[in-house]
Design a binder for this molecule. Sequence first.
Ligand code: SDX
Length: 432
Amino acid sequence: MVEKTVTLTDKSTGKSVELPVKDGVLGPSAVDITTLYAQTGMFTFDPGFVSTASCNSAITFIDGDEGILLYRGYPIEQLAEKASFLEVAYLLLYGDLPDQAQLDNFKGLISRHTMINETLKTFFDGFRYDAHPMAIMVGVVGSLSAFYHDSLDIHNPRHREISAHRLIAKMPTIAAACFKHNVGEPFMYPRNDLGYCGNFLHMLFATPCEDYEPDPLAEKALNLLFILHADHEQNASTSTVRLAGSSGANPFACVASGIASLWGPAHGGANEAVLAMLEEIGDVSNIDKYIAKAKDKDDAFRLMGFGHRVYKNYDPRAKIIRQVCHQVLDHLRSTSRHPMFELALRLEEIALQDEYFVERKLYPNVDFYSGIIYRALGIPTNMFTVMFAIARTAGWVSHWMEMIADPQHRISRPRQLYIGEKRRDFVPLNER
Ligand code: SDX
């Protein structure tokens, strides 16, 4: 088969180089520029990596124009409707949906890793009671490597697998502990008789003073939200985990770096920012003023929960969350009126009729509606990105495993276009 290539010609010298083109199974092909610098002495320039494929991956596929999202080939709509979060975590990690025996075994493995070391609990005492839970989570997850010397040989597949299981299992426990620290309540031990989402709700809302049984619909809503947030190709936080892992850093430190990146309001921090924005808008009558602010280049305000680097169509995850919003809100709220959701729907309707948003293909993304459900579940706004981190840990560890298992992988070390001073000599202080 004739190899596909592209030719790059430098018109100033007339020199040309031929570069191979790599085809994926789905999606755009890629020009292989690994030899470009050696052949031309030039770099490519792509701040924000708008046109750059950083790796091979078989985990998740996104078609931003068509609004398609596949986890290991399975459409997100089908997984959201039919799967459990642990089924999806297994799928992302191992590449196929588990059969009953595999799923039972995986659930058993995860549930036996849900507790955190008792001394780790003292770390929480070092944070002010009102510390942002993401700040606590970054610190506590990074410190897990201090406890697991028995599974830090990243070249040992068994160690990699145990670390991945530990992270998926312990994130809900750590997240619930962050919340309990904020509200001054005692941490609750995991209950292995409950499912992944039910156990998380138990650790979040149960107290030693009375029995607590999680609401099955709340469990179902969490299961859906965790599935929708589980992975998303080479997003900023996943790329951060990959970059950190490329140096051979341990998986706990890598996931802590992913949590840090996710916290940004342009990324996973957007779900918290959406609720703050909706509260600031307050009423439908103010929507036009805030749409104008979002369009004003001199105003830093952006419509949080709108826009996406890849989706230039409706984010399929936002569509699914919007659909279940009503059902969840009607169940969890005694009233049929849901002012925050109604405001969000109206804001979407008005924005999607505005030329500025239509021209730039700015649609609601996964963060636009998720917070409305989290709030209805009784989860405080400052915990929304923590929720995102719990779910995305399945994706982060899957990408980390995929990268480390690739015998071709090497340390990631981008170059730059230097625009600073040319060489100059030191000036003594008395001559400056
Ligand atoms: C997530 O990558 C992933 O996959 C992420 C994620 C995942 O699952 O991992 O999907 C999760 O992070 C979703 C995104 C959450 N972030 C937000 O909702 C924050 C608000 N959105 C924006 O900050 C922005 O849309 C980004 C960060 C999401 C995307 O930024 P890009 O791709 O760099 O786009 P851009 O900033 O270059 O915007 C292009 C144009 C600009 O206008 P012009 O300069 O062309 O005139 O669109 C404008 C922007 O000003 N624009 C917005 C806007 N988003 C983009 N204008 C107003 N409000 C917005 N929300």
